[in-house]
Each structure stands twice: as C-alpha cells, then as structure tokens.
Design a protein around this ligand. Structure first.
Ligand SMILES: Cc1cc2nc3c(=O)[nH]c(=O)nc-3n(C[C@H](O)[C@H](O)[C@H](O)COP(=O)(O)OP(=O)(O)OC[C@H]3O[C@@H](n4cnc5c(N)ncnc54)[C@H](O)[C@@H]3O)c2cc1C
Length: 460
C-alpha cells in the first residue's frame, strides 16, 4: 500500500459506491470516492426517491376522489407545483447531506469532480489538476438516460432527469417508452392533472413482466385517464408556436407541451478511460465482470448499473457488500439475483417477485399451476370505480413451490416485500395456504387462492 495514495478509490458516490466506500473505510482501509454531481447518486438525486415523492404528490388526486365517495368534500382543492418542487428539493438536499456526512464519519475522503482512469492504478480528476493512485479501484458510475439522437427534433425532448425540475407543470405531456420509468411518470403527470399520452413501439407496456400484469396494468392506467398508444413510435418532433407536435409513424399528429423520452438507460462508461486501465465492456456496452464483480483488470471491480446486471438500488448495495466481503474480508461472496422483488410505482402500482408465467413454463419441466384473481378493492366500494386488483401466483407443478407472485393494485409494493420472503424461502402453495388470512385486507387473497386457472398445469 505504501506505494499508493489509497487502498481503494471508488468512482461514483451513488447507491453502490457509497456503501462499498463506507464499509471498506470502516474496516480500516484508506478510501476515497469521487463524485461528479451530487452525493447519493441516481437513486437519491434523480431516481427512486424524488420519483416516489412525485408519485405520492400525484396520488392525492385519486385519494380525494375516493374520499368524496365516503362523504368528504373539498372545495377548491388545488395543487401547486413550485411548492412541491421546493419541498422535494429541500428533502433531497437533506438526504444527500446525510450520505456525505456518513462518508465523512466512516473516514472516506470525498473528491468532487469527474474521475477518469489513466491506468489501472491512477485516476485523474478532470479540470482540477489532481491525480490519485490506488491499490484497488471500484467503478460505480451507474447509468444515464438514452434517447434516439438521430430522431429529428429530439433536442426538444426531455428525459427523467429534467422531469424532476420542470419550471412549470405542463398542460399536456407525451411520454415515449414502455418500461417502468415511462409508466411511472405517466401516472405521476396524469395524477397531477396533466393530459398524458404514453406511446410505446412494442405490443404492450412493461416488457419482461408477466403478460397478465402487462395487460391488466395497461387497462388500469387507461381508466386513470392516460391515453396509451402501442405499436408505434416517433417520426419526428416539430416545435411550433403552440407546442411540440409529435409526428408518429402511424400518421397520428399529437401536440403537447412537453415530450419526455423514457426509452432506456445505458451504462455510464463514456470517456472513463477504461481502455487505459484494461477494463473491457461486454457486447451490450456494460462493464464486463465475473460473479464477484471483478473486471478484466486484476485490481479493478465494478458494481451497480454500470454492469447492467439488475438495475435496482438494493441490488447495487448488495453487490457493494459482496465486493467488500470478497476483497477485504477474505469471504468470497456473490449476490444471488434469484427472487429479487421489484415494484413499479405506476398508479395503480405493481409488485412482482420471481418468475412470470411464461418464464416458469420454460423452466419448470412438469409444468405450472396458475392461480389468478381479479377483484374490486373494498376501498373503492363507494366510488363507483371500475378499477380492479390483479393477484397471480405461479406454482411449480412438481415441487408445488410458489415461484412467482404478481400483484397490480394499491399497496402492492408493500405486499410484495413480504411475499418475497416466502418465495425466496421456497415455500410451497400448501404452506402459503396454511397461513391464516388477515381480514379484511387485499393481501388475504394471497393465502386463500383455491381455484387453479383451467388448463394451467402444462409444460406449455
Ligand atoms: C427515474 C428513475 C427511477 C428509479 N426508481 C427506482 C426504484 O424505484 N427502485 C430501485 O430500486 N431503483 C430505481 N432506480 C434505479 C436506481 O436508481 C439505480 O439502480 C441505482 O441508483 C444504481 O446505483 P449505482 O451505484 O450503480 O449508480 P448511481 O446511483 O447512478 O450512482 C453513480 C454515481 O456516479 C457518478 N459518476 C458517474 N461517472 C462519474 C465519474 N467519471 N466521476 C465521478 N462520478 C461519476 C454519478 O454522478 C452518480 O452520482 C431508478 C432509476 C431512475 C433513473
């Protein structure tokens, strides 16, 4: 170590980088972390956290509708975007401050600026005339939004990054994309009273999710007033005196005030100096790593979204812990990507853990048993709402283990966290059924599902 400035130099103070830096410094090593923007990374600054605040702000309109069914009345209820933005930004600054303070308490040195690799042991901070050497380097630079730069007029479109700071709430928005970020922002804007259109080139939203979830959610968000246009993409975006005209391939012309592209994210590797350090990319442009997060360079590791394995905050954190255990605790560990629960904070939200029905049909040789229920939540009894909850269990026909749980409906992200324990533990359908219901709740349906969907057991 004597030859280097640090034992570990981390690039990127986001979910993964902060955890790895803190653990390693607390273990007695000399650690620095470089951050080019704000400490906390995507999750805290322009991802999960501000997004969830926006979801919570926008859900209030629906709560007011439900409340009216229960006899409440609200004269003059209105929403003020600048007030919300200010409150959100104060909280985000507070959280970022806590992250920075925790780094300091652990003894991590924070370097402000963009870090670039000069060789396998040297990092330069661009524009600051600073160079550091380290025995080991951890790349945790995350991802960034991607949009089709060759599309005429794309310069008029924003991404999720700008959506957190719109100077005013638009009257009309068009969101391009069908992934979770597109669907979540469509719900946010629609809930805030913005005329919202979602266009997606594929046959249905949420590619990769269970087909019943995709179909159910598409129907539910339309009930909440979102116009969903599928199988279609942009030809160009034209700026006019009155707004932005979206020319779509199917001949449709839609004028909106804001166009947002949520068409995917790419690993943040541009100009990082990877070649100079001997760090290779895989075919998808993510940093190539082994199961222990080691790159093709012997002393360099990479974790989180920059490796594009499973792009979620808790996963980046677990990869950081596994890196620390492997490299500094003589306890080789790799994260287990099976049965990781995930939520889509659409309105209504989605909670999912384990295999979709089609994935299970491919991997369960004796076929699958499928249990599905759709019902109106009790909460909506007085509203005349047509909204329905979907709950689906996918069971391996041979072992009778519940291998997938899929919920679309209020509080599903909270429910799925607990269901994930049972799926991760490999519990059988009979063990789920032996669990007594909590009544009256929505979640009780999960332990009272009796009717197999007809023709379900098959290797399909
Ligand atoms: C809109 C949105 C909503 C999301 N919602 C959820 C959610 O609800 N739940 C969930 O689990 N996940 C969610 N995610 C994903 C989650 O934010 C990421 O998976 C997570 O932040 C990845 O952590 P990371 O450490 O890999 O990278 P990041 O958190 O992205 O951190 C990388 C950091 O590196 C910095 N950096 C990059 N290059 C350099 C450089 N050369 N020098 C110095 N610093 C650099 C960046 O500024 C950034 O701060 C969301 C993402 C987005 C965009």
């Amino acid at each position: 170590m004597a030859d280097y400035d640090y034992d570990l130099f981390v690039i990127g103070a986001g979910s993964g980088g902060v955890r790895a830096a803190r653990l390693t410094a607390l273990g007695g090593k000399k650690v620095a972390v470089a951050e080019e923007y704000r400490v906390g990374g995507t999750c805290v600054i322009r991802g999960c956290v501000p997004k969830k605040f926006m979801v919570m702000a926008s859900e209030v309109s629906h709560a007011l509708e439900i409340a009216e069914g229960y006899g409440w009345s609200f004269d003059n209820a209105k929403f003020d975007w600048p007030t919300f933005l200010e409150a959100k930004d104060v909280e985000i600054a507070r959280l970022s401050g806590i992250y920075a303070a925790n780094l300091g308490k652990a003894g991590v040195e924070l370097v402000h600026g963009r870090a670039v690799l000069k060789d396998a042991h040297t990092v330069e901070i661009i524009g600051k005339n600073q160079t550091f050497t380290a025995e080991k380097i951890l790349i945790a630079t995350g991802g960034r939004p991607w949009k089709p730069e060759s599309l005429p007029g794309i310069e008029h479109a924003i991404t999720s990054e700008e959506a957190f700071h719109l100077p005013q709430l638009p009257k009309r928005i068009l969101i391009a994309g069908g992934g979770y970020i597109a669907v979540e922002f469509a719900g946010i804007f629609a809930g805030l009273g913005v005329e919202t259109t979602l266009i997606y080139r594929g046959p249905n939203i949420l590619r990769g999710f269970d087909d019943d979830v995709r179909a159910h959610l598409a129907g539910e968000i339309e009930k909440r007033g979102i116009k969903v246009v599928l199988g279609c993409q942009h030809e160009k975006i034209e700026k006019t005196a009155t707004g932005l005209v979206n020319h779509l391939e199917n001949g449709m012309k839609l004028e909106t005030d804001v166009v947002m592209f949520a068409t995917g994210r790419i690993p943040h590797v541009k100009d990082l100096g990877l070649e100079a350090a001997g760090v290779e990319l895989n075919d998808e442009g993510a940093i190539k790593v082994d199961p222990y997060s080691k790159t093709t360079a012997d002393n360099i590791w990479a974790i989180g979204d920059v490796t594009d394995r499973m792009n979620l905050t808790p996963v980046a954190i677990r990869e950081a812990v596994a890196f620390h255990q492997t490299v500094y605790r003589d306890n080789p560990q790799h994260f287990d990507y099976e049965a990781v629960a995930t939520a889509v904070f659409s309105q209504p939200p989605v909670g999912v853990v384990g295999l979709s029905e089609s994935e299970a049909r491919r991997s369960c040789s004796a076929g699958v048993d499928v249990y599905v229920t759709r019902f109106r939540p009790m909460k909506y009894a007085f509203t005349g709402s047509e909204e329905r909850v979907l709950m689906k269990l996918v069971v391996d026909a041979q072992s009778q283990r519940v291998v997938g749980v899929h919920i679309v409906g209020p509080d599903s992200p909270e429910m799925i966290q607990l269901a994930a324990i049972a799926v991760k533990a490999g519990l059988t359908k009979a063990q789920w059924d032996a669990t007594c219901a909590v009544h009256p709740t929505m979640a009780e349906e999960l332990v009272t599902l009796k009717e197999k969907q007809s023709g379900a057991t098959s290797a399909g």
